[in-house]
Design a protein around this ligand. Structure first.
Ligand code: TXE
Length: 476
């Protein structure tokens, strides 16, 4: 059984939870110790006790740890990629890509540890100087989802440690394997006892214990809107810092003047790769009427030829859905869309393979409208809907007609429309002739409206969340 890490010690518990491969439910990857309330509180205590000293540690120590971890992740990317594909179900090249991203994030923040700068300003009062410095926030609770089992923990843990915070990390229940491997690497890279604590376990117990504890100074959360709201609500009485990333209903606009090959590729990749289980997935495809039928015909053909199967097989393009609950959610939404007037142009069927996994053929639903549930609620699976619109203005209006605002894309050869869309779409990230999913690791990530709350993640902007600004005045 793989243990928890609390106060620098590996700790087992009486209960081990199976990590099941969604491509083959007979494949049990390992058993992982499940934390309860006592372990969660012990982890928070360890992080609290370690916070002062780690907060005063120098940039060299933090740099060296983050660099060693990043290098080991990159050196082991094939093995860690296989573990990730096995536990989450994305195909092996995508899984190795995700591990590479995680490694690069650690290298980036290793550099940032050395570059943390402040400002010195003359005071408006003669003989006084002013220094503006950034300090650690303290104990950071990190609550992660299952869809990026190593990259999301990496982009939260790396900046947390870089800026001198201690961490209590709760991975998602479905993917303890990549989380455990990451923490093991950081532990061996020299993270001092108590600075990074790993507590696998249920959200309503371990996660909730973090929400309820006044010693947790900040929480970085990625997951569903419902849980995100709970994190915010529980944090308000403590006036705790929170950062929430909560999915999307991302539009991809395809205009009459688009390059059809580019548009079909953007839709196919953005909507269906990683089994559509990306918060930046293109789930609403908005197409102007002159290109609509031609585009939909080409896309439906491409969707039908996608090869769905075991994530570790060489010829697979789309792996399984992550578990039975998510599969049921995907199927329910396909049903709801059809009942509300949508036309299933491709896929949408539960399919069998020679292993027992959660396989669903990618679903393309056409003739949908903005008021239909399929266009308002996050499905989080290989399911995309198409809306037909008159022109660019109608497309922009539909793109923004959503409670979410994470990513938005446009396929056009017009500079006028691409520039206008960049300016007017209500999203945190905009893609021109690129899929809505697929982002760099060194620049800010996040959205607006119901998708995100709090400071941006990743890149240099991560400092906003993981540090507190201090202004010091000194008389000469
Ligand atoms: O999310 P949860 P789930 C969306 C997607 C998906 C749906 C449900 O639509 O179908 O959410 O997925 C922890 N206190 N996204 O059930 O429950 C939980 O243990 C503290 C979008 O996985 O929000 C896990 O670690 N923590 C998304 C994390 O919260 C709690 C990625 C997320 O789980 C808790 C994943 C509690 N009371 C799902 N309850 C995205 N934005 O990319 C649960 N958790």
């Amino acid at each position: 059984m793989k243990p928890l890490l609390i106060g620098g010690e590996w700790v087992t518990t009486s209960r081990g939870v199976e990590n099941v491969n969604p491509s083959d439910t007979s494949d049990i990857i390992d058993l992982y110790a499940e934390a309860g309330l006592a372990e969660a509180e012990a982890a928070i205590t360890a992080a609290t006790d370690a916070a002062f000293e780690w907060g005063l540690s120098g940039p060299q120590q933090r740099h060296d740890i983050l660099l060693a971890a990043g290098n080991e992740i990159l050196a082991r990317k094939a093995e860690l990629g296989e573990l990730l594909a096995r536990e989450e179900g994305k195909v092996l090249p995508e899984a190795i890509g995700e591990v590479t991203r995680a490694g690069n994030i650690f290298l980036f923040f290793a550099g940032e540890a050395l570059r943390l700068a402040g400002d010195i300003l003359p005071s408006v009062r003669p003989g006084v100087s002013v220094e503006i410095t950034r300090e650690p926030v303290g104990v950071v609770g990190i609550i992660a989802p299952w869809n990026f089992p190593i990259a999301i923990p990496a982009w939260k843990i790396a900046p947390a440690l870089c800026y001198g915070n201690t961490v209590v990390f709760k991975p998602a229940e479905l993917v303890p394997g990549s989380a455990w491997a990451l923490v093991d690497i950081l532990h061996r890279a020299g993270v001092p006892p108590g600075v990074l604590n790993l507590v696998m376990g249920p959200g309503r117990v371990v996660g909730q214990a973090m929400l309820n504890d006044a010693r947790v100074d900040a929480i970085s959360f990625t997951g569903s809107q419902a849980t995100g709201a709970r994190v915010a609500e529980a944090s308000l009485p403590f006036l705790r810092k929170v950062q929430l990333e909560m999915g999307g209903k991302n539009p991809l606009v395809v205009l009459d003047d688009a390059d059809l090959d580019v548009a079909v590729h953007c839709a196919l990749d953005g909507a269906f790769y990683s089994t559509g289980q990306r918060c930046t997935a293109s789930s609403r495809i908005i197409v102007t009427e002159r290109i609509h039928d031609q585009f939909v015909g080409r896309l439906a053909d491409a969707v039908s030829t996608l090869r769905v199967g075991h994530a570790l097989r060489n010829d697979t393009q789309i792996g399984p859905v992550v578990d039975a609950t998510q599969l049921q959610q995907d199927m329910d939404y396909i049903d709801i869309a059809r009942r509300q007037g949508g036309v299933l142009r491709a896929g949408g069927e539960r399919i069998t393979r020679d292993t027992d996994g959660y396989f669903l053929s990618p679903a393309l639903i056409t003739e949908t409208g903005s008021d239909m549930r399929i266009n308002r609620e996050e499905v989080f699976g290989p399911v995309a809907s198409v809306m037909r619109v008159r022109d660019y203005d109608a497309a922009l209006q539909q793109a923004n007609d959503t409670p979410f605002g994470l990513s938005a894309g446009i396929c056009t050869t017009s500079l006028k429309y691409s520039n206008d869309f960049k300016r007017k779409c209500e999203a945190g990230m905009v893609m021109v002739n690129l899929p809505t999913a697929g982002v760099d690791y060194h620049v800010p990530f996040g959205g607006r409206k119901g998708s995100s709350y709090g400071a941006r993640e990743q890149g240099r902007y991560a400092a906003e969340f993981y540090t507190i600004v201090k202004t010091s005045y000194t008389a000469a």
